[in-house]
Design a protein around this ligand. Structure first.
Ligand code: GLC
Length: 581
């Protein structure tokens, strides 16, 4: 075994040789990659990032002040979840005006300043387009609900009751309860895939589509660098008929009835033509319900978006739209299969976003590792995989610090509308309140929404007022200031891996090949570009993992999240990158 010093020298030497060789390769293939394929994206939940005016809610100014943190992570774009005027029933995913800024976040001037300041750092702002539904407080809906004959009467999905007065179908909305709400004025029901305050827009109506395209163009004119398109798989509605009940409530999950209905791509091709085709931005659709094998229709030369968030690796326990209390256990090969499937389907045509967290998911260190895992080590495993897979890495705020889930005692402590719905469903299904809270602890979206931790001061430096959601109690150790001073921290590892990605072109332009697919402890894959090949090996388990005989042949370690071990044995929760050839 090499001594640590010798190993370090060989690592540095390997890197230096490689940098000069990769420059040659880059000249050729770099040109075919777009800017968003060569960078990472940072995702911000705007209520929870940095509060400047002390009202307990983050603001646009707070983002502007922390742009350097994002730049240091190697991110060239920031996806901000909705900042439009909203009653905030679903924290901004219920939009009341598609062309404004919610006063709690600041003004349009603040937004323009953010775009300009980000631009100076080569960072582009990506807006979240919520086009499946609006808020029930949007002027369009307020008009639509007045009568069956007003000019906006057909802008939402209205249907008569069944002869017995009940809802037109037995669909359960994604947040629980019926997906239909009765409207006295019209004596009709309207459809909402999510909360009743989020009525679904009628995409069959060309005026609706035009109004939505117009909103997207408004933001393009402001210089944004892309769009994340929310819940887009639900815009095309199928025939309205009852589904087979899949719960004690006698309802059938709307997801299984409406996601990815044939005809949806016609709408989306029009959207592309009218709004962004040929422009120097990127689009990433949220595509729950799109399977890896559907990807060629969604991305790539014949597709509608540059990338889609395909959720098969995130939904292993929930199988796309399943209710929380019926989750299933999964093993590492399933995670690897899911990731490999989307890598394969986009290998020659298209591109993937690589992600392990977002504002709807539990923290990745709790999601992908056994209970009792050292979360700091686990966070570094995810960072290594995230920043060496093929695709555009998405880092969700706090992930770079190694954030963990919270576990508040009562459902009343939770803000997330879906946690309340799922808690109710669990009780209806016969679980005790204690059991129902366990599901909430594991799955609640509030796990991802606690405020950013900047330092060890009041409210972790997030706000001088009362934060809208409590700060996680680990903030004395987990915060950007403390971690930036510690070379062994999760944050330092993210920065190291970001720089490693930037300086190794095979990680952007190289192909992907899965290695050791059956291994239940280790995720291993190679990234090859021309004659250069890197191999990532990540031990997701709490046990040592011995690599197969011969695996190390021709390989030397470049990076290790736990330096200093035996070359052929990975320690628990250790991730490495090898130079191979
Ligand atoms: C998407 C968003 C989620 C939101 C829902 C309704 O899934 O990511 O946060 O609640 O759409 O807009």
């Amino acid at each position: 075994m090499l001594s640590f010093a010798k190993k370090l020298i060989s690592v540095l030497a390997g890197m230096m040789v490689f940098v000069s060789a990769s420059a040659v390769l880059a000249a050729e293939s770099d040109a075919s990659l777009k800017w968003w394929q060569k960078t990472s994206v940072y995702q911000i939940y705007p209520k929870s990032f940095a509060d400047i005016n002390g009202d307990g809610i983050s603001d646009l100014q707070g983002i502007t002040e922390h742009l350097d943190h994002i730049k240091d992570l190697g991110c060239g774009a920031i996806w901000i979840t909705p900042v439009y005027p909203s009653p905030m029933v679903d924290n901004g995913y219920d939009i009341a005006d598609y062309k404004g800024i919610d006063p709690s976040y600041g003004t349009m001037k603040d937004f323009d300043k953010l775009v300009a300041e980000a631009g100076k750092r080569n960072i582009r702002i990506v807006m979240d387009l919520v086009f499946n539904h609006s808020s029930d407080q949007h002027a369009w809906f307020r008009e639509s609900k007045q009568s069956r004959t007003n000019p906006k009467a057909d802008w939402y999905i209205w249907r008569d009751a069944k002869p017995d007065g009940s809802a037109p179908t037995n669909w359960r909305g994604i947040f629980g309860g019926s997906a239909w709400t009765w409207c006295e004025e019209r004596q009709q029901y309207y459809l909402h895939t999510f909360a009743s305050q989020q009525p679904d827009l009628n995409w069959e109506n060309p005026e609706v589509r035009k109004a939505l395209y117009d909103a997207a163009l408004f933001w393009l004119n402001k210089g944004v660098g892309g769009f994340r398109i929310d819940a887009i798989t639900y815009i095309k509605k199928p025939e309205f008929r009852d589904g087979k009940p899949d719960g004690e409530d006698g309802m059938s999950s709307i997801h299984f009835m409406t996601a990815n209905t044939p005809g949806i791509l016609d709408f989306l091709h029009e959207f592309k033509r009218e709004v962004y085709e040929g422009k120097d931005i990127f689009t990433v659709g949220e595509a729950n319900g799109v399977a890896p094998e559907d990807l060629p229709k969604w991305v790539g030369s014949q597709g509608v978006f540059d990338m889609v968030f395909e959720f098969s690796h995130m939904n292993l326990a929930l199988k796309n739209g399943e209710i929380w209390c019926r989750y299933t256990k999964w093993k590492l090969p399933e995670l690897k299969n899911a990731l490999t499937a989307s890598q394969k389907m986009t290998a020659n045509n298209g591109w993937c976003p690589v992600f392990f967290e977002n504002h709807d998911q539990p923290r990745c260190v709790n999601h992908f590792f056994p209970q009792g895992a050292d979360t700091r080590k686990a966070a570094k495993v995810i960072a290594t995989v995230l920043l060496t897979l093929r695709g555009t890495p998405f880092i969700y705020e706090g992930q770079e610090l190694g954030y963990t889930n919270v576990a508040w005692p009562s459902i009343d402590n939770y803000n997330d509308i879906s946690s309340h719905g799922q808690y109710k469903i669990a009780l209806e299904e016969g679980f005790t309140p204690e059991q129902a809270m366990k599901f909430v602890h594991y799955f609640s979206r509030d796990n991802a929404r606690t405020p950013m931790q900047w330092n060890t001061g009041l409210n972790a430096g997030f706000s001088s007022g009362k934060p809208w959601l409590p700060v996680h109690d680990d903030y004395l150790a987990v915060n950007t200031l403390t971690e930036s001073e510690d070379p062994g921290s999760v944050l330092s590892w993210y920065k190291t891996m970001a720089e490693f990605r930037r300086s190794h072109k095979e990680l952007t332009e190289g192909s992907y090949e899965e290695l050791l697919p059956e291994d239940e402890q280790v995720f291993a894959f190679a990234r090859t570009s021309g004659k250069r090949r890197l191999v990532t090996v990540a031990n997701f388990s709490l046990r040592e993992a011995k690599l197969p005989d011969g695996f190390m042949k021709g390989k030397s370690i470049l990076m290790s999240s736990e330096p200093g071990g035996d070359a052929t044995v990975l320690r628990p929760l250790e991730a490495r990158v090898y130079r191979d050839k």
